[in-house]
Write a protein that binds this ligand. Structure first.
Ligand SMILES: *Cc1c(COP(=O)(O)O)cnc(C)c1O
Length: 404
């Protein structure tokens, strides 16, 4: 099993005091903390091999290019993509989804449908809405139930030959629900629709296998898996990446340019216009190595313990209601206390050194479904402990006393 104290020692920030109290960081759903190996790798890149990639013949440029491509290979292996050029570096999940939604503008027609789930992050709603406005296609919502699960019988009914794209998250950031994506992908393929999986909340907890899933696109951000901000991944099946037009024009993505006609570079460069976040791309590989050393099975088993313990402890508090009670869920607990605004609790426990998210979690439609302004969300990572949960529960009790 995991040696949590040893793991915690890898994360310099965890020893910080915040407002004079020992930091308890339960906002991992928003971004993860970074281990020393990742922080050091960023410095090492800038101190030793910083140069622009894919351009120079000089030694540093080649070293930087090699390191960048090695990292692409690590990510390919990690998600089991068939080819390295199916792995595109982007600035994050939001960028990845926009690139795909934008590409579909050349394919969709009036009357076509895009199916999006009720559990999505705004990043996986708004780009599709923009696409529908542009093309005259219709955005159709797969509904959810009170437990925070998608209603799959309704999804089955919504599918038709009009469905061109189905887009769902692997795990909901607001509620922690693990969606039955394999079923969704297979069913969508029966009607010929392409499927995008927003894996932003899944990759911190599990290792996706894109070939086994058979999804057409799988996207995620580096910063939620112990990597830096400003780098993310867009996995796409080769045939789709060839079919879709590039998202941005510029350097790096071209084969030849003249004022009459420009031809695009081959994959993956077609989707990688401009100088990327080179350090970020390289170090994302370091972060993935770090997580694989700990092992995703260990991470999952431990986080499940934290989820069960946290759920049990929080439910001791009278008037506390948990939103998102799906049978399959990860270590996210979204809750409210009757009669108290989530923001007020968040503010008080921050004074006690505890970092949680309060608000709508970029998923307003879910809050509308429950008819609440927002929730308090505690999201646990493998470096959190049961002792921290105890501190957190005591702080919530104290806040409740002060506010009621
Ligand atoms: C965080 C998150 C996003 C957006 O990621 P960015 O890194 O902000 O681009 C999208 N979807 C889900 C499910 C998320 O958790």
């Amino acid at each position: 099993m995991l040696d949590i104290q040893k793991i915690r020692a890898d994360f310099p920030i965890l020893t910080q005091k915040v407002n004079g109290k020992q930091l308890v960081y339960f906002d991992n759903g928003a971004t993860s903390q970074k281990p020393k190996v990742v922080i050091d790798a960023i410095t090492k890149y800038y101190e030793e091999i910083n140069a622009n990639i894919h351009r120079g013949v000089h030694t540093l440029s080649q070293l930087a290019t090699d390191a960048y491509e090695v990292s692409r290979g690590k990510i390919q292996n990690h998600i089991n993509a068939k080819f390295p050029y199916e792995v595109i570096f982007t600035s994050g999940t939001t960028h990845s989804i926009n690139a795909i939604a934008n590409g579909f503008a050349s394919i969709l027609k009036v009357g076509d449908e895009v199916l999006v789930s009720a559990l999505e992050h705004h990043s996986n709603i708004v780009p599709w809405q923009m696409l529908c406005e542009k093309t005259g296609a219709k955005l159709v919502v797969i509904p959810m139930n009170d437990e925070g699960e998608l209603i799959i019988s309704e999804f089955d009914k919504l599918l038709s030959d009009k469905t061109k794209v189905v887009t769902v998250n692997h795990i909901s950031n607001a509620l922690g629900t693990l969606n039955p994506i394999k079923y969704i992908i297979d069913k969508a393929h029966e009607v010929g629709a392409a499927v995008l999986i927003d894996g932003a909340q899944a990759v911190p907890h599990l290792k996706p296998d894109v070939q086994e899933l058979d999804c057409d696109f799988y996207v995620f951000s580096g910063h939620k898996i112990c990597g830096p901000t400003g780098v993310g991944i867009l996995y796409g099946k080769e045939e789709w990446l060839r079919k879709l037009p590039p998202y941005q024009g510029g350097g790096e993505m071209i084969a030849t340019v003249s004022f009459e006609k420009t031809t695009y570079a081959d994959l993956p460069h077609k989707f990688e216009a401009g100088t990327p976040n080179i350090a970020g791309g390289i170090v994302l590989g370091t972060a993935i190595d770090y997580l694989n050393e700990i092992g995703f099975e260990n991470i999952q088993a431990y986080e499940h313990e934290l989820l069960e313990y946290g759920t049990k402890r929080l439910l001791e508090i009278e008037g506390l209601k948990i939103f998102g009670t799906a049978k399959e869920k990860t270590s996210v607990i979204s809750f409210n206390i009757e009669g108290i605004h989530p923001y007020d609790i968040g503010t008080i426990i921050d004074k006690l050194g505890i970092a949680v998210r309060t608000g709508h979690h970029c998923a307003q439609p879910i809050m509308d479904f429950y008819q609440i302004p927002g929730t308090i969300r505690a999201s646990f990572a493998f470096y959190n402990t049961k002792e921290e949960i105890d501190t957190f529960v005591e702080a919530v009790k104290k806040a409740k006393m002060m506010l009621s």
